[in-house]
Design a protein around this ligand. Structure first.
Ligand code: DHB
Ligand code: FE
Length: 257
């Protein structure tokens, strides 16, 4: 039986990939960010997941305004039409920094390029539309995460599954509020992701943009991850550092009960 060992939420700013490529992990600017990961990696070394389900948002690389599925699940074994449904399965899917950067951060020793060779986990990318409105509501994302959790738990083969939710926390890259960060809201989100994720489902998409910034809605990816973990979790590691690039960066690792 597949078993969910827990989940990790991490920020996915593209310049993290640049810092890794240039070996800047211990530079003054980057050290506080990269220092957030050793406890998470220690936990992964002990918990040994063999599949990672990575919830992220494509930024226009693979899905653009002409085709923007609300939810898209990477699937390679077969092709089915998904007519009239907004959960789309993709035989081919390009993945951007929102998928790759956290894999580099979680498994830096095996393949620092992020190309995937040698990762100890098989990966299932699940892309959430956080780009083109109407984006899925927080309530819907949490429910989608719960459905993913049920699907994983009903999988007959033995597997230890790690959920990863990427992006966030608060940030806004464009317009008058470019550079917007909301530490109070980020802290509240981290608290509630641990002890009461349903409390975050009351926010409308407009309220999330207001509170977290137009790209801060990437919090939805974390909420899907959290939904899959079940009611009770124990925090393994929690850290927050502002800013990395234009983003309030955070890492939250949660062991499932
Ligand atoms: C930044 C943050 C993001 O989430 C992203 O996708 C691209 C850039 C940033 O802070 O620069
Ligand atoms: Fe992003």
């Amino acid at each position: 039986m597949a078993h969910i060992i827990g989940g990790v939420g991490t920020t996915h700013v593209p310049s993290i990939g640049g810092a890794i490529a240039k070996g800047k992990q211990t530079d003054e600017y980057w050290r506080p960010f990269f220092d957030m990961f050793p406890p998470v990696r220690g936990w992964l070394g002990r918990a040994k997941p063999d599949i990672a389900v990575v919830i992220y948002n494509d930024h226009g690389l693979n899905f653009f305004l002409d085709k923007m599925p609300t939810f898209a699940v990477g699937a390679a074994a077969e092709y089915r039409t998904a007519d009239e449904f907004d959960i789309v399965t993709c035989q081919e899917m390009l993945v951007d920094h929102a998928f790759v950067v956290q894999m580099q951060l979680l498994y830096p020793d095996v393949d620092p390029t992020g190309a995937g060779a040698g990762w100890p986990v098989r990966v299932v990318p699940i892309s959430i539309n956080t780009v083109q409105h109407p984006i899925p509501s927080a309530a819907r994302c949490y429910k989608f995460g719960k459905a993913i959790g049920r699907a994983i738990r009903s999988y007959q083969q033995d597997a230890n599954v790690l959920m990863v939710g990427t992006g966030g926390l608060s940030h806004q890259l464009e317009g008058k509020r470019a550079g917007f960060i909301n530490k109070d809201f980020d802290r509240l989100c981290l608290d509630r992701l641990v002890d009461d994720p349903a409390a975050l489902t009351g926010y409308s998409s407009e309220e999330l943009v207001e509170l977290a910034g137009s790209q801060g809605v990437e919090l939805l990816n974390w909420l899907v991850m959290r939904g899959a973990l079940g009611e009770h979790v124990s925090p393994v590691s929690r850290s927050y550092h502002v800013p990395i690039s234009n983003t309030a960066s955070a890492v939250l690792a949660l062991a499932a009960a």
